[in-house]
Design a protein around this ligand. Sequence first.
Ligand code: M6P
Ligand code: ZN
Length: 186
Amino acid sequence: MEPFNSYLNFNTGEILANCNIIVRHLSDMKGMYYDLKATQKIINEDDRVIYKVYNIDVPEKYGHLQHCTSIIYPGRVGDEFHMTKGHFHAQEDTAEIYLVLQGTGKLLMQKKDTEVKILDMQSGSISYIPPYWAHRTINTGNTPLIFFAVYPGEAGHNYGIIENKGFCKLIVERNGQIKVIDNPNY
Ligand code: M6P
Ligand code: ZN
């Protein structure tokens, strides 16, 4: 394979060339926000885009490095802030790095024994997600949360565990404050 450049727009998070773009509407995340009524109402109204991922096309193989930007648009479903689906890596002993370019948020991580860790995300923060930690990103601000991610080529995504049970914590707005609460459905 030949070396190559990609070009990132720091303001929008868009990457030009060599890219797959994933667009996640709320209907792609049914059951992931705890307020099912609010979810259905929004899906019926405009089924808004929650986030996009610009994924640079690299072989999903050992030795390569996957890299992408994610843009989570600001907003809430009920009182729960916009977020990614979240996943374990299919190859569980693989790590990941997130570098925030714009916006503010939280990085929610959880191990299979339900140990939880939450890190702040802000412009310039570099978060290290060690092997074995599921990860979800939440936009708690009023502007898009844009971050760059790098992870091993063979890591893969395992969504099933999170789709079935979710994370044990939720990030919500209560009286204008960002709060971490227990997931009532966990
Ligand atoms: C980050 C990386 C990607 C991931 C994306 C969206 O950019 O971790 O691998 O796909 O966030 O998260 P999810 O796949 O959980 O929807
Ligand atoms: Zn990952």
